[in-house]
Write a protein of this length. Sequence first.
Length: 472
Amino acid sequence: MGAPREVPWVVIGGGIAGLEAARLLGISEPGGVLLEATDRFGGIVRSDTWRGAVLDVGPDGWVAAKPQMRALCIELGLGAEVVEPQPAAKKLLARVRNGLEPMPRGLKLTIPTTARAALGIAARDKGMARRVLLEPLVTRKNWGDSHTDESIGDFLRRRMGARWAREVSLPILAGIHSGDPDELSVRAAFPQFVEAEAAGRSLLGQAVARRRAGEAGTFLSLRGGLGQLVNALVEAAAAAGDLRLNDPVRGVEGAGAGRARVELLSGEILDTSRVVVATGPRVGAQLLGAGAPALAAKLEEIPHGSAHVVIYALAEKHVAHTLDASGFIAIDRRAGGVVAASFLSSKWPGRKPEGFVFVRAFLASGTHFDANAATDAELAARGLEELTPLLGLSGNPEKDWVRRFPRATPQPVVGHIARMYSARALQDQHPWLALVGAGYSGVGLGDALRSVHEGLARWGGPPFPSIHVAFR
Ligand SMILES: Cc1cc2nc3c(=O)[nH]c(=O)nc-3n(C[C@H](O)[C@H](O)[C@H](O)COP(=O)(O)OP(=O)(O)OC[C@H]3O[C@@H](n4cnc5c(N)ncnc54)[C@H](O)[C@@H]3O)c2cc1C
């Protein structure tokens, strides 16, 4: 092992957050190092192609209301590549028993925004519509200090009524987090709901105001898949520092005088005054176990969920369903199996291979299926078995892809905000450290980017371009 090499900064993790951190750090101080454990950049984000069509196997879009992703795309010259979902994909279906039914339309974060949406609910069930429309009159919770919390399940049942919560809001909102609605924190996962109630406003009023303010449609993506952003980020960040693949980090420790030592699995040691840990909280806890044990213990308290994805390329002639929606979501997830599906080739423009369609199934564990224990072949078979009656499939898929994301989804459970306050205080004891990426303050791509901007701000320096674009 040689002497430690001094570098201006080290970023650990080459997902979206790590790449953006390296790009920004390199603007003010080139010459740092980004270390990625695997043989590719992008982390959870990954685009493949099949027969000329793009296929996002991880995330396939971002929440439009969060400005950071679009701002970054514009900054990297990809502004013209940002695409909206195709018109048919504005519809979402619900899996109810063994059939698919349309979900109510005109919703923002599952809250109705138009009279038409309310009428749609009334056509489904008058009692449910009456209860939804009474939401502005519901007694408000006193949100007290910033540590007061409630589960998404309790919050939405209280405000929107049990049926709307169970049949519409919770399957979608808990599905976003692959989590349990009775464990997820409304304050951490959907802070806008808490802001509305704390300010004495109704959820219906807030949703209508957002629609009137012209808030962009629900999701956006890139024409060439989200891998396009990864490629652009790699190109921009490579100008800023040394981006290394297949170079995992073993651990990080303070070295005194505001400096840290980053130990690589290869035995190399880097000495620096700025370490960005962009691996997600679970791996972050492992890396910091020896150097910052109290912080590591705090991060270990964050539970993580797993995602199991199977994408099928199906001959169009073998699919009876028109796939005129973004996909479906199961109302009752308790049994496990296919809990959601995206009709990827219907959802985004230009993503349909000639003569074929892409359907992506999300499988989860439940009382009748253990997704963790299933082999790849079993996952693919189970998905196909469940999709066959739902989509009217005849004939086998031309190809399938199984992708597993074990313990990759941090769960912002009740108490998460208080836990993060403690984690931030512990992080502040290490002036060389910034924890960034998804899982600390939000779990989506936009949240991951925002955490980079906030995390790097602790070192001051020149303003970061993305922040200006994002909040102009
Ligand atoms: C199936 C799935 C679908 C999703 N869909 C969406 C969506 O549609 N929209 C949305 O906004 N969000 C979505 N998300 C969430 C989104 O993927 C994350 O918010 C985002 O990708 C997190 O990026 P990151 O850079 O923080 O972490 P990651 O992408 O997890 O990157 C962390 C990187 O660190 C590397 N690493 C780990 N250990 C080490 C080590 N010891 N040394 C060096 N490197 C290491 C990893 O290999 C990885 O490349 C989805 C997540 C999943 C799992």
